[in-house]
Write a protein that binds this ligand. Structure first.
Ligand SMILES: [Zn+2]
Length: 511
């Protein structure tokens, strides 16, 4: 039976959960801010709860893939969300969920908007979300601005926004009338379950601004939901820290943490202050990926389509056809290569790996994952649970063939230890199994980036690679065990609600 008062204290119901996702905040950046006293609310959470500074994102370590992993518990190959962009062979086109403004403009704002808001959740997301799983157990969810939010409740597009939107979008047939989400769903002026009086502003300057999606709004709605104790599960998402790092670098991100911390404090205050908030709520705060500073000027660019030469092309509108046999889809510090029949993988891999900025190449072959770096090659695949191969820290046994130094693996006493590529086997396997990632996946050397599908490059910092600097994330957890992987968030929270729900049932039936 559903408990509509998340604050109820009958001893058997689980604490309601607040999940806060701070996009792209590096663990060392948050740690420095806490140490310097610039993040008292998050510092309080870290001190009272459990703080993990080397949890890991998925590969590619990029927002759509990582937020889908947080929301579904599935790696990219299972969630179906691999990156900012991928090539859909069936439709013969690049699907762009949108990243930087230039990408949105070159792809077409309505198209990106359609892909991001409708298509990603409705068509491409192939794993159930936590909102859906909790709903099956009679537990309601609330979501503010988080991009992956599919759920059983229909939310109409708010008319005022669509009218404004249509003014610059004349292909409005792409925009649906409603989306499925959790019981409470808020995304700027576009979707809101109830009128909050907290509309986003109507300023100019990009897609998000135009529909009032911003962090101050998220904090305001988050505070309202906590004050009302509106739902047993509340997910609030802040994205600005990521774009600040891209455009202004990590020192600017470090300064911005003070702003984010104020948002968290506002939400805690709405719940009765930090002490009371942690008393009443289980809280999980985490990032979806890290960030790697880029080399200055043009030195940071890796132009894959130029490296691959004639027959290869990148861009939001490319498709296979006469003269085009390799489609390149850059995703920041990772990239997907798609081959037409007859393209020799070995030739392409040898070529790209000889170029500065390309760290490693990986692909799937005859049921194995294959990775090559620094002339070393490793084949790997997971073993059945009873297998006797070396085990990673999560206990999974791997069958390995070739040179483990390709991934800086150290294997001793039947244990796999990772170096600069955290959780590399699991994360590569969680990408390569999907045909959506193409025929070869690339990861960039620190300092370099493959850029965006539009051909533009971020200025200061980027992410997406298998390397630790993009891949490590922080997790702060109070009254729930801290997940070590993004894909562990859903099982952790299902456990939290499940165990207690089972206990409540046992009490109800007098057993
Ligand atoms: Zn980013």
């Amino acid at each position: 039976m559903q408990d509509t008062d998340p604050n109820q204290k009958n001893g058997s119901m689980p604490k309601p959960v607040l999940l806060v996702v701070l996009d792209g905040i590096r663990p060392d950046v948050l740690r420095a801010a806490i140490r310097d006293g610039d993040a008292p609310a998050l510092g309080f959470l870290a001190e009272r709860g459990e703080a993990v500074w080397d949890a890991v994102s998925v590969f590619p370590s990029i927002t759509p893939a990582a937020t889908a992993a947080i929301a579904t518990g599935a790696p990219p190959a299972e969630s179906g969300i691999l990156g900012h962009a991928w090539y859909d062979r069936e439709e013969g086109r690049v699907v762009v969920y949108g990243a930087m403004r230039e990408t949105v403009i070159s792809t077409g704002p309505v198209k990106v908007f359609h892909n991001n808001v409708w298509r990603m959740n409705r068509d491409d997301l192939s794993a159930p979300t936590l909102f859906e799983k909790l709903d099956e157990r009679g537990i309601d969810g609330a979501c503010v601005n988080f991009p992956v939010r599919r759920g059983p409740h229909e939310h109409p597009v708010r008319v005022r926004t669509v009218k404004r939107y249509k003014r610059f979008a004349n292909r409005s047939e792409l925009l649906g009338a409603s989306v499925g989400g959790p019981k409470e769903y808020y995304m700027g002026d576009l979707f809101y379950s109830r009128d909050t009086g907290l509309h986003g502003r109507s300023g100019v300057g990009g897609l998000r601004r135009s529909v009032g999606i911003n962090d101050a709004y998220a904090a305001g709605v988050g505070a309202m939901l906590l004050e009302e104790k509106a739902a047993p599960f509340t997910l609030v998402y802040f994205f600005k820290g990521d774009s600040i790092a891209h455009h202004k670098g990590l020192a600017a991100q470090r300064r911005h943490v003070a702003v984010l911390d104020q948002y968290v404090e506002d939400m805690f205050d709405a719940a009765g202050g930090p002490e009371k908030a942690l008393e009443d709520y289980a809280v999980l705060a985490l990032s979806d990926h890290g960030h790697t500073p880029l080399l200055p000027n043009r030195r940071r660019f890796v132009w894959l389509d130029r490296i691959l030469g004639d027959g290869a092309s990148a861009g939001p509108r490319v498709r296979f056809g006469p003269g085009l046999e390799i489609v390149v889809v850059p995703n920041g510090r990772s990239a997907f290569l798609y081959f037409e029949e007859g393209v020799e993988r070995e030739k392409v891999v040898t070529n790209v790996l000889s170029r500065r900025g390309v760290d490693l190449a990986a692909w799937r072959e005859d049921g194995w994952g294959v990775v090559r770096r620094l002339g070393r090659e490793l084949r790997f695949r997971p073993m059945p649970p009873a297998g006797n191969g070396p085990r990673d820290t999560a206990g999974r046994a791997w069958e390995l063939f070739g040179d483990p130094r390709a991934l800086e693996l150290e294997i001793s006493d039947g244990i796999v230890r990772y170096g600069e590529y955290p959780d590399a086997l699991e994360r590569l396997w969680g990408c390569l199994r999907s045909p959506r990632c193409g025929d070869v996946v690339l990861s960039a050397t620190p300092g370099y980036t493959f850029g965006e599908v539009s051909g533009n490059f971020h200025e200061q910092s980027d992410h997406g690679s298998l390397h630790a600097s993009d891949s490590n994330v922080f997790v702060l957890a109070s009254d729930v065990p801290a997940p070590r992987r993004l894909t562990d968030v859903v099982p952790t929270l299902l456990d939290h609600f499940g165990t207690a729900a089972a206990a409540a049932t046992a009490v109800d039936t007098g057993t």
